[in-house]
Write a protein that binds this ligand. Structure first.
Ligand SMILES: *Cc1c(COP(=O)(O)O)cnc(C)c1O
Length: 487
């Protein structure tokens, strides 16, 4: 054990502190909390110097893994590099210091960023208008579905309470639909991983509110029949929802608006490079086609003839308010910076490079790993475990072993269509050398599976904690400090 593996509580020394405040000579309490809610005793915090605190958090941060410390090929999660200029802009006091209740004439620049980002996203996706208010992808889904419901209700079309979701969809799709009060109807995928149009046709009737599609889908495959699907769903009076969490492969190449989608959400914390992980903060802007603009949530940013921006809170036909104010502005600002830094020319490169990287890895490993769907992939693809399954080495073992070699594990056991799914997404921000390094290690692990399967079964060996009992870790997490000597 290294000295600093000790936790900060172990370093506590009575009376030691990392700050000093002037004595309160008025002896007053400035607390506005009612007396009954105040602590009776001081909290049991460690008493340590500033240096101890700095070392504690720095050491903790080094026990973690992030896209700034290594390659993070997490399929369906798009862990791409977050350029540091994004952080620089987001921490500018003029942006970081604003308050959501400031009068709009004092925050014209902030509102301009909101408006301009919405415009850029509209141009990239082919939608007519955006709300940037939702806080996450799933929140965007809920917002989009509320817009769809509001559309049907406003037309007196009250029977449309069912939504079609493919079996390959991200888990948040059916979950958001259920939260929105919609009944979920599943449409199957064919053996080639694409939505089965023949299975879809009999589902379409006057109770269908719409369909939620991901394209490329969660297998990284482009739904080639999208035009036909769009026509069929529209013909029956339903709307098309596009899950654009991972827009990488399309960016600058194809626009969901041109494929016939009526509503979509984007994950700025995936496609548009803002950091994510650990649950937030994120942003899930929702774009709509012309005919759905009236149903967008409030508040909205609107511009008068003189070019002055203000915040409109009026309800009208809107689906309502879905967030306290107007989204996670720091995240919006990072995405806007990212788009401006790339510029039109380079935005066009994102899709092709993301697709090239994924296909390069797939083709370089297919003689070691089982490729269940053999076609050109988009930004990500799925292996179904090792080609040689006789060693008993599982996807979990491979993922754990990767940690020993300094790579984050890919997404595993998702999608559910295969038993040993390993879902890999390199993103467009990685160099060929990094991809080659990953390929080399994946090949090495495949060789280890044959020569020394035990080293995989017991991996990881070099991480701060070894293999965990994941069920107990999830069900009975230890979230507070415990003296390890007394457990
Ligand atoms: C990540 C993701 C979501 C959900 O986004 P959150 O911000 O985690 O709520 C939805 N759909 C797809 C395809 C995703 O990859």
């Amino acid at each position: 054990m290294k000295y600093y593996d000790k936790l900060i509580f172990d370093l506590s020394k009575e009376g030691r502190q990392g700050y000093s405040l002037p004595a309160n000579k008025w002896q007053t309490s400035l607390s506005e909390l009612p007396a009954g809610l105040l602590r009776e005793q001081d909290p049991e915090l460690p008493q340590v110097s500033e240096l101890d605190v700095v070392r504690h958090y720095t050491n903790l941060s080094q026990m973690n893994f992030g896209v700034d410390s290594g390659f993070y090929p997490l399929g369906s999660c798009t862990m791409k590099y977050n350029p540091k200029i994004n952080e620089e802009i987001a921490s500018m006091p003029a942006f970081a210091g604003v308050h959501p209740l400031q009068p709009s004439y004092t925050v014209q620049g902030v509102l301009r960023v909101y408006k301009e980002l919405a415009k850029a996203l509209s141009a990239i996706t082919g939608m007519a208008e955006f709300t940037l208010n939702p806080f996450a992808g799933a929140h965007g889904e809920l917002t989009g579905l509320m817009i769809i419901r509001q559309y049907h209700i406003s037309r007196g079309d009250l029977k449309r309470t069912r939504i079609i979701v493919p079996d390959s969809a991200h888990g948040t799709n059916p979950a958001s639909a259920a939260v929105c009060g919609l009944e979920i109807v599943q449409v199957k995928s064919k053996a080639n991983g694409l939505v089965d149009v023949e299975d879809l046709k009999p589902l379409l009737d006057d109770t269908i509110a719409g369909i939620m599609m991901t394209n490329p889908n969660t297998l990284g495959l482009f739904e080639k029949d999208i035009k036909e699907i769009a026509a069929l769903v529209h013909e029956c009076g339903g709307l098309l929802y596009y899950d654009g969490a991972n827009m990488n492969p399309l960016m600058g190449v194809v626009r969901p608006g041109d494929m016939g989608f009526d509503v979509l959400h984007l994950n700025l914390h995936k496609t548009f490079s803002t950091p994510h992980g650990g649950g937030g903060p994120g942003a899930g802007p929702v774009g709509v086609a012309e005919h759905l603009i009236p149903y967008l949530p409030v508040p909205r940013v609107v511009e008068d003839e003189e070019g002055t921006l203000y915040v409109e809170d009026e309800d009208g036909q809107s689906c309502g308010r879905i967030s306290g104010f107007m989204g996670n502005f720091g995240v919006l600002l990072r995405a806007y910076t990212y788009i401006l830094m790339l510029g039109k020319q380079n935005v066009r490169m994102v899709g092709p490079l993301a697709v090239l990287g994924a296909n390069y890895i797939k083709e370089s490993l297919r003689d070691c790993y089982n490729l269940p769907i053999d076609s050109v992939c988009k930004h990500e693809f799925v292996f179904d475990g090792l080609l040689d399954q006789s060693t008993g080495v599982t996807t979990l073992d491979i993922a754990k072993r990767l940690l020993d070699y300094g790579f984050h594990a890919p997404t595993i056991y998702f999608p559910l269509l295969f038993h040993q799914s390993i879902m890999i997404e390199p993103t467009e921000t990685e160099s060929k050398e990094t991809l080659d390094g990953f390929i080399e290690i994946m090949r090495h692990i495949a060789a280890e599976a044959a020569s020394d399967p035990d080293s995989l079964k017991t991996a990881p060996h070099t991480t701060p904690v070894r293999r965990l009992d994941e069920t107990t870790a999830a069900r009975q997490p230890v979230l507070r400090y415990r003296d390890m000597n007394q457990i």
